[in-house]
Design a protein. Sequence first.
Lengths: 389, 311
Amino acid sequence: MKTTKDTTTAAAHGGDVRLSGISKTYGSFTAVHPLDLTVPEGSFFALLGASGCGKTTTLRMIAGLEEPSAGTVHLGDQDVTALPPYKRPVNTVFQSYALFPHLDIFENVAFGLRRRGIKSVKKQVDEMLDLVQLGEQARKKPHQLSGGQQQRVAVARALINHPKVLLLDEPLGALDLKLRRQMQLELKRIQTEVGITFVHVTHDQEEAMTMADQVAVMNAGRVEQLGSPADLYENPRTTFVANFLGSSNFIEAEIDSRGGDGLVLKAGGGKLVLPEARNSASTTTGGKVLVGVRPEKISVTHADEAGEIPEGRNRITGRIADSSFIGVSTQYVVDSPVCPEFEVYAQNIARDPRLVPGAEVVLHWNPAHTFGLDATQDIDAGTEEEAAV
Amino acid sequence: MATLTEAPPPLTPAAPEKKAKPPRRRGRLVPYWLLLPGILWLLVFFALPMVYQASTSVQTGSLEEGYKVTWHFATYWDALSEYYPQFLRSVLYAGSATILCLLLGYPLAYLIAFRAGRWRNLIMILVIAPFFTSFLIRTLAWKTILADGGPVVGALNTLHVLDVTSWLGMTQGDRVLATPLAVVCGLTYNFLPFMILPLYTSLERIDPRLHEAANDLYARPVTTFRRVTFPLSMPGVVSGTLLTFIPATGDYVNADLLGSTDTRMVGNVIQSQFLRILDYPTAAALSFILMAAILVMVTVYIRRSGTEDLV
């Protein structure tokens, strides 16, 4: 939407995917709000979001299967906005694979090559089938293969054309959990091997985090935040991102003063320290801030030993409402005056037998693990409870 | 509680023993009982008439003296050598009508399956609507449509279409009625729904994402149709052409009402042999030859179109 077109063109690499001000509306419904996005060449890029957030529509606009209502799509220096899908150097792995049922595996994979008038396809197809470990199945029909094998055929069928970008529309959605994990590694391996840009649409945050170099979290037709998985996880900018990627605890607080280590906040009766660099909300004294902290950053200490907690840590008090033992860790739900259901994951190294429901505890964490968000947002955005409504 | 627990025990051990066997035996027989009406129907109205007709075809005699089975197979040869023009004509007319049905029906079925949206049901009803009137009345209506000097014939004449069809031997001068073209038109019209319905069914089953996938893999719309849509609709094409061609070959109403003595099809011959000339052996032999011919043609056709491993 900004007029930075010329400068971005100059800065763009040869094979970047660039979406500028791209949007899609169906009647009065806006599936994708004007969106600017650059996918660097050779990267594994994930579009992450709940169903109906516009991620698939965005992908289909890159493929040319959906016409944008406004904006442009560039592949490298080429404006492909007006090109039909069969003229774009882009291939898609469809959600349900969409393999041609009347053709065998070999012909499915050879389809794109043949359409471009390439006569001797045998060698290339064989190599591609070997890459996805399906050399033996070349003469079978798609329905004779398992879901995981069909998925690999779909990847091979797209990759053999050496597209500038490979688009993957929830490619693992139909597979069971174990196979999905295996295919995630497989896709990552293939991507590293061929070096083609992958744009991967998924609603599974774990999948996006394990596979992608860069993740764009989408919500209601907008990109909420863009960054590396670790960056998104550690420094969420919105409650949606904080809740959608993992889970977060939020405390409503008020800025009290500015100290040496960062902002000092008032929450309930206590004080919390928030490093200024990790605050995306207002910094004026008296301003409201949502203080967030991830459950696994928190330590639990029984109230009797509160004195042993080192100085300089953020702390709040509460009572354990519930605890569940899940092997590697124990999850506690703590009722605190500042936050009704505080979640804590404690690793099972030295379990304190007194930490049972009803016990008074002190929760404490390193202030560096605190992040601050704008307090006007919905605290539950992006949680499963909200998604269920 | 006490009375309840005491009363049932004598019943429970006895009941399973008694009931265990009979349901199983009855269960095994149930499918056969369910098949019985169908088998009886086929036996009485298909198998027996076939046997009866087969025996009729090898009888000799006359209506006055009565017919006797004399294993006179020469009737078949005589019938074939006398009426082969009508046989060829039947295949030609039915074949032309089938091709016309396919050419008219495919785009319509495609439109209904992929483009009609909310109009889909309405168009389907319009396709089936002619069935609400009698076959005879609909065919008779074509007499009016194709009447000499009528608007249709006039338009075809102005467009010089009739010059072409006359040259092909399908029409004579500026007449359409009582020519082969009229018969083919009638056949096409009457059997069109039998082409559209199976075509629609098989087109409708095609996942639209396959079109997108083909598009994505560098196939232009025309190529997508040729390489994906059409091959996948082959089961519909095969069943549609069979449902059109088989009854059209044996049809006699269209040739009777819209044609002339020069357009007699084998159905007309069989009809007149049975009902007017009362030469039952020849009529029965002609029926068998027609059946055998259709069976051979259909078998070859299905083999060649190779639709078995579709689906």
